[in-house]
Design a protein around this ligand. Structure first.
Ligand SMILES: NC(=O)c1ccc[n+]([C@@H]2O[C@H](COP(=O)([O-])OP(=O)(O)OC[C@H]3O[C@@H](n4cnc5c(N)ncnc54)[C@H](O)[C@@H]3O)[C@@H](O)[C@H]2O)c1
Ligand SMILES: [Zn+2]
Ligand SMILES: [Zn+2]
Length: 366
């Protein structure tokens, strides 16, 4: 079949909207009619070269839609199901899956970073040449073929735009708080970067009962947005930001500090912003090959913990329906994340709006 997709060819060159060929689902695969796809910064890292990937590629990894067809042996979903798409599918039987770390599943890592399905081939092509799938999803297209492990059924009561955001920003941010850091009620939390991911961290911190949630961003508008999501204090990123954080935390520093940007210098700043005995959670994705200077002398003497959080340490089959239910109950205000929707043709504009920092999350709707 022909599909309309946003294709990325080379660093610095905007997406082009093209008609591609999409083969039907093979064994274990599912054809999804994509309804919505969020504008996440992780796709932009391809554009800047910070993340390397085989090209050309169809990005888009924060999506939701309706199952249109299933390949042989598919037993997780049926035609007509609403699904949120999981960009880190897990097999359930590898070392990491068996040790409660499904977001680190290594069964799918090879094919995912090769941009293919499990058999090493793509379903997308243009004039007979392969076009690669980003994160097994490639959902900046009106249809996507994905491994069935990427499909998590979601209640039909949940708007598909909201389900799409559960597919990345929400699971990453709320999960970083609840699963990775396990923030306790009464904690002080600082969040560097108030984009879709940082705002989800703020929502998660509120859900966890944090007493103080300090949002740090370079953009004034983000301060107002962060406040509407439950941040108690807003700081503009400045050289003396950490002094302000200490002033707000009895001189100690925050109990938990989350980095949701992906800049090594800010990651270093986070180590200084956390109190002795506190935890820094690195959520932002820094450029492949970059390094961060985190002094061991301080980590040891002050018993600071630094941990990464990949996809919110999620178990997506458990967490997607949980976040959908918390949204339904009004405990996670996920609709508020959607500042603006765009047709696929305006995807470059949507990314400029993300970089401009005036919006919480943009969503491509099909
Ligand atoms: N760990 C994971 O599994 C995972 C999942 C999704 C996204 N990410 C990563 O999280 C990061 C954030 O993604 P997003 O979609 O929210 O991005 P975004 O562009 O929507 O938000 C980034 C925010 O950081 C702010 N910012 C930029 N420089 C800053 C600085 N020096 N100090 C303070 N604030 C600054 C921007 O104004 C913006 O509000 C990206 O690196 C993305 O790749 C990680
Ligand atoms: Zn993402
Ligand atoms: Zn596994």
């Amino acid at each position: 079949m022909k599909v309309k997709a946003a294709v990325f060819y080379e660093t610095g060159v905007p997406y082009s909207i093209e008609m591609l060929d999409l083969e039907g689902p093979k064994a274990g695969e599912v054809l999804v009619s994509v309804a919505a796809a969020g504008v996440c910064h992780s796709d932009w890292h391809l554009m800047t070269g910070a993340t390397k990937h085989p090209l050309p590629v169809v990005p888009g990894h924060e999506g939701a839609g309706v199952v249109e067809a299933v390949g042989d042996g598919v037993n997780r979903v049926q035609v007509g199901d609403h699904v949120a798409l999981n960009w880190a599918p897990n097999c359930g039987s590898c070392f990491y899956c068996l040790h409660d770390k499904p977001s680190l599943c290594n069964t799918f890592v090879g094919p995912i970073w090769a941009g293919t399905m499990m058999d090493g081939t793509t379903r997308l092509s243009k004039d007979g040449r392969p076009v690669y799938h980003f994160s097994a999803l490639a959902c900046f297209a009106d249809y996507a073929v994905v491994p069935q492990e990427c499909c998590v059924p979601i209640s039909k009561e949940i708007p598909l735009e909201v389900a799409a955001l559960i597919g990345c920003a929400v699971t990453t941010g709320v999960g970083a708080v609840l699963n990775t850091a396990k923030v306790e009620p009464g904690s002080t939390v600082a969040v560097f970067g108030a984009g879709g991911v940082g705002l989800s961290i703020i929502m998660g911190a509120q859900l966890a009962g944090a007493a103080r949630i300090i949002a740090v961003d370079t953009n004034e508008t983000k301060g107002d947005i962060a406040q509407s999501f439950g941040a108690t204090d807003i700081l503009m990123a400045r050289p003396d930001t950490n002094d302000s954080i200490r002033n707000l935390t009895a001189g100690r520093g925050a109990d938990y500090v989350f980095e949701a940007i992906g800049i090594p210098a800010v990651q270093e700043q986070c180590l200084d912003a956390v109190r002795p005995g506190g935890t820094v959670v690195l959520v932002g994705v820094s450029p492949m090959g970059s390094g961060t200077n985190l002094p061991g002398a301080i980590i040891t003497r002050q018993e600071k913990t630094v941990t990464g959080s990949y996809y919110g340490s999620a178990n997506t089959a458990r967490d997607f329906p949980l976040y959908a239910e918390l949204y339904r109950q009004g405990k996670l205000d996920l609709g508020r994340l959607i500042s603006r929707t765009y047709p696929l043709e305006q995807i470059n504009e949507a990314y400029q709006d993300m970089l401009g920092g005036e919006i919480a999350r943009g969503v491509i709707v099909f």
